[in-house]
Design a binder for this molecule. Sequence first.
Ligand code: FRU
Length: 458
Amino acid sequence: RTFGRRKFLQTTGALGVAATVGIGAASDSAAAVEVQEPAQWTEEMVNEIEVTDENTAPYLDEDPTQIAEEAGYWVWDTWPLRNRDGSIAVIDGYQIIFSLVADKTRPEINVPGDRHNYARVGYFYSRTGKSEGSKGWQFGGEVFDEDAFLGNQTWAGSAMYDQDEEQIYHFYTAAEALPEARQRLALAKGATIETGPQDVHITESDSHHILAEADGEMYEKLENSSGIITAFRDPWYFTHPETGEDWMIFEGNTPTANDDPTNPLNYNGNIGAAKAMNDELTEWKLMPPIFEAVGVSQQTERPHFIFHEDKWYLFFITHEFTYAPQLWSEGGRFRKEGKPPGPEALHGFAADGLYDSDMEPLNGSSLVVANPEEAPFQTYSWLAMPHGKDGIVESFVNFQDVDTLGLYGEELKEAFGGTLAPSLKLQIDGTETSVTTELQDGQFPASVGARSRGNGPK
Ligand code: FRU
């Protein structure tokens, strides 16, 4: 590395050697998870980034199905209801997805970025897992009572359905506006699902819990940061496929204690991990990060895994503007200041386990899905899900057909998509991937590997 990585490791007290962590009370599994130094996203990998036919989403030349138009909500980050084992849940014949949504009529939302301050979790249900037709996604409403959720707004997460308990575990980010401006990992429990012949109703969650906060040692606290956006968010729950333990990964930042905002060390995204310490999933232990992008990118958003043929495929998303300035052709952060080192994109790595310092970037560079060059902000917030031996990647329409940097205010609001984009089929072959087919808007992969509760409405 070119800028004092060794010193940084000493000052932050990051792990020096591989260590094995004890397994918590919640499991008596014999297998133990071996903690290793976080894998690194390096400048060398970024230099390999090339937008090709294999990694480019088709240009959107039609208006996508406006699944949320009738509901009157903007829709962006989305995740499916999954069973404990990670398979997509089918509840009495229905699939359910959760999205960050914001009420379009809120007068406070003047530009698309304002929506983050009013983000709520909403849900859609469908018999087909697609948008189109009468059995396509229907909006069910917001999932949390306005007075019950923690934080001022709820940001991305994941949702697990326990088939025995018949309840939803909503993992979400309890985000707070200034002056706190903090993000904490939260869980809402107690929601059940009622189904009828035409509709699905998700009941209120009756208990909300904070599961983890940035500790300032492994995960940077906002007050210690001089970076552009400090994160502690996007909890993604999974059952560890080898130990059976409950874990989550999330987006964080590595403390780099540098006051100079132009220093590459302040571009310090990481992917954190935490392990459940009780069966109720209300107590969690923060574990060291599994992945770091120090000197590369400030953000490694919405991290998630696909388990496929003994490999752990780690995916995350990142914007152009969060790449470290020294990677830009003119040392800038926006297109008008130089050529971006990489596009708005989904990235992926193939690992041999949860911790694998040597995880391999997919396609050499880690780039998996990018927007077409003529519409570089067309979609964002890609989520990769297993579909047999392939993957399905969903995302939302961000700015279709415009160079957003030239637009402001009402004009920009007009250009915002705020609905689910066409999903993509992703062929995964070892460490090579390719985008092969454009699917329907908001298509999810429940048809393969789904586990059902019931066969029809009850
Ligand atoms: C990705 C993201 C997430 C966050 C959400 C907030 O698009 O930035 O990391 O939870 O949007 O709206």
